[in-house]
Design a protein. Structure first.
Length: 500
């Protein structure tokens, strides 16, 4: 009852005219920041943080949190409309969102992304409100063995991402892990896999450079190759009848949305995990347990709603360790944490006792920002669909320019731009040779998270690998990962034996 009273008081603060105006502005700005390849919530919050010093701390954090939420919604837009992930959190949305757009169902994909984001955000905020202290204690129980076991479980879902072609999937994963190892060794600081001592490889391969190259440049080359001179885009229309029809179809995906929200939230509260692994794991689980796994990657709506509900839920989950423990759960919350310190607020358990108005005003604003994000996103769908009506002769140069900007923006390095172009050609060739690209992209995301956890776990246990199986949480994750790896292999062997 006390929680409900505090939440009601938070709504009074959140709906003050200035806070409400900043919330709507933040969601709208975040929507377009998230849709721009290479920007994402991290850059948006960092760029606009100085502007918040003109308003009180509560208004400032409401504005920045609204940008964070809006960017989570916006990341799906360029993934669906152009095949270019707006941010790493939206890469999994590209797998099925882009094929839907090419089939003339971009409105279905956009509505599905908006609704799933709203559902995922709503579930995660309720969990945040009810279970903040115990969930924070649970997150503290995660050491390096647990984090590595969680990453292994995510890798195990990759096997289900590419049908029955397990060798090609494993090869793709290995390529991604090799690329994630380029740069300086995390223990010794020595360079490794630095091609011809090129300085640009010292900072490693930026994930967005790889993703934009494969899904932006590669997709553009594939479209030119398969169009055979007929360079016209598929038409997409929007109407009230179509919106109602799509909303009815989405009712059948409620279980996928809830699964994505729960997976995203619990992965999001883990320190340094963030929304990207949560979205990728949700996509993997959705495909693994689908009745039609072969339809994933060809334009299945479950492949859109699973990662979109997960990344929005993870963005809320990432705020939980930031506020209760002072540990940022993602790069964006690290910037929010810096802002709180500048405003004189000390994150931690005492924050809930000493700054109740600030805490509950922020929590209440998340409910409202989530609703505004869904409404504004759906309202702008006609504008987004207008992009698809452009002739491809205009759209292709636009995509190319956006890819160049997106590849250059993270580190402002021409080295990354050249790498992006190379990855675009590699992605095009992999698609022609029928090699799955998703496992390679996902491996380069989780590789930098899995490697330090593995090496530190082995240092702690003096090289004893049983440390991953003797601890309750990590042992459960590892057992589930082994089951996920073995199950498709056994099924493939059974099918071959029946065929013979």
């Amino acid at each position: 009852m006390e929680t409900l009273q505090l939440l009601m008081g938070g709504f009074v603060i959140a709906f003050e005219p200035m806070n409400l105006g900043l919330m709507v502005l933040g969601v709208t700005v975040g929507l377009f920041i998230g849709a721009m390849p290479g920007l994402g919530s991290v850059n948006g919050v960092a760029i606009l943080l100085p502007m918040t010093f003109l308003v009180p701390p509560t208004s400032a954090i409401i504005f920045l949190a609204a940008i964070y939420y809006g960017a989570m919604y916006g990341g799906a837009i360029s993934s669906i409309m152009l095949g270019i992930p707006g941010a790493s959190t939206a890469v999994a949305t590209t797998f099925d969102g882009r094929p839907l757009a090419l089939k003339g169902q971009a409105d279905k994909a956009l509505i599905g992304a908006a609704v799933a984001s709203f559902v995922g955000g709503s579930i995660s905020i309720v969990l945040f409100t009810l279970f903040a202290p115990p969930l924070a204690d649970w997150a503290l129980a995660f050491g390096d063995p647990e984090l590595f076991a969680l990453m292994m479980m995510a890798f195990a879902t990759f096997v289900g991402l590419s049908g029955d072609d397990i060798p090609k999937t494993l090869f793709s994963i290995c390529i991604g892990l090799v690329l994630s190892s380029v740069g300086l060794d995390i223990m010794s600081g020595e360079p490794r896999l630095v091609f011809m001592d090129i300085v640009g490889f010292m900072h490693g391969i930026n994930f967005l450079v790889l993703a934009i190259g494969i899904y932006g440049i590669g997709e553009m080359l594939w479209t030119i190759e398969t169009s055979r001179g007929d360079l016209t885009m598929s038409k997409a229309v929007i109407s009230v009848e179509r919106i109602i029809q799509h909303l009815k179809e989405l009712l059948g995906t409620w279980a996928t949305m809830i699964m994505g929200a729960v997976v995203g939230f619990f992965v999001g509260i883990l320190p340094a995990a963030g929304a990207t692994p949560g979205a990728l794991m949700a996509y993997g689980f959705a495909k693994t347990y689908s009745k039609e796994p072969g339809e994933f990657g060809k334009g299945k709506i479950e492949g859109v709603v699973a990662p979109e509900s997960a990344n929005n839920a993870a963005s809320t989950g990432a705020m939980l360790p930031m506020m209760t423990l002072g540990i940022p759960g993602s790069p964006t919350t690290a910037i929010l944490l810096g802002g709180m310190v500048i405003w004189g607020l000390v994150p931690g358990p005492m924050l809930f006792l000493e700054q109740k108005e600030f805490v509950w005003g922020l929590i209440a604003s998340l409910y409202a920002a989530n609703l505004f994000g869904a409404v504004i996103n759906i309202a702008f769908i006609p504008v987004f669909l207008w992009v698809l009506r452009m002739p491809f002769t205009i759209l292709a140069p636009l995509i190319f320019v956006l890819c160049i900007v997106g590849g250059y923006a993270p580190l402002q390095s021409m080295h990354d731009v050249w790498l992006m172009l190379i990855f675009g050609v590699v992605g095009f060739l992999m698609r022609k040779l029928d090699y799955p690209m998703a496992p390679a992209v996902l491996a380069i995301v989780l590789g930098p998270l899995a490697e330090p956890s593995l090496r530190q776990s082995l240092l702690i246990s003096d090289g004893d690998v049983t440390v991953f199986f003797t601890r309750p949480i990590s042992g459960t994750f590892m057992a589930f990962a082994i089951f996920l790896l073995v199950m498709p292999i056994v099924q493939a062997i059974r099918r071959r034996l029946k065929a013979r």
